[in-house]
Ligand binder design. Sequence first.
Ligand SMILES: C[S@@+](CC[C@H](N)C(=O)[O-])C[C@H]1O[C@@H](n2cnc3c(N)ncnc32)[C@H](O)[C@@H]1O
Length: 273
Amino acid sequence: MREAAQRLASAGVENAPRDARLLLAHALGIEPVDVILRETDSIDIGALTDFEQAVQRRLRGEPVSRIRGWREFYGRRFTVTSDVLDPRPETELLVEQGLNRLPRGGRVLDLGTGSGCILLSVLAESQDAAGTGLDISRPALAVARRNAEALGVSSRVTFIEAGWSGVYGGPFDLVMSNPPYIPEADIAGLAMDVRGYDPHLALTPGGDGLDPHRAILKGMPGWLKPGGCIGFEFGIEQAAAVTMMMRQAGLLDIKIYHDLAGIARAAFGRRAA
Ligand SMILES: C[S@@+](CC[C@H](N)C(=O)[O-])C[C@H]1O[C@@H](n2cnc3c(N)ncnc32)[C@H](O)[C@@H]1O
């Protein structure tokens, strides 16, 4: 594990010791916290080969979550494949703030659901809520369905294969979206473990990256309940543009939230009652 950490660090992998421990735990089929406890155990050749293969994949830039096939998000395990965006910790802001705004027995809509991480986390936390996840990608929706089953919330969720204007089944009390928002011009400069592994469709809508926010706000009167709340994630330096659009769409009580790195990442607003 130490040798792997050194190789990963030399290849420029950030947090190489953590990744080496996660990959060894994966190869051994144990929890990462147990790796240190088992430091003096012998390792069989099969696990050693699996570990080496996993390290090789990480050295080529593949993210740990894709090698393991899952990622922890808001305290739960989500299956992650090449068809979905690897959920990011900063997106937990939407879940946290969405839950604060969800009335009892509320109905939730997640636009661009991907792995389903936002919607399914909210439903897992609120046993009386029901929701809809929309995505234009059929393979992504298949992953979201698997995650809904694994989390035991399938009976309270509906998935729709459609674009931003294809919403039906509302009105909703809470709408959240982490749409693709990276400006087209920034794609080439992204790190390899983003550009090479997350689906292009999940990363950028082209142009300035904000067309999804515009389209969603345009459709909003058709499916957000009066008095209901809507929350968006956005990228670095997009907060002013997104909150301006939200204001122009008539939303009230607009609040911006920052991630752990201090970057403005999400905003919520309320439709007038
Ligand atoms: C940034 S990913 C977010 C996935 C997930 N909600 C998350 O936070 O990890 C954006 C998602 O929007 C979907 N998407 C892209 N263009 C779309 C469109 N025109 N209509 C609906 N969904 C779209 C992508 O397939 C992708 O799953």
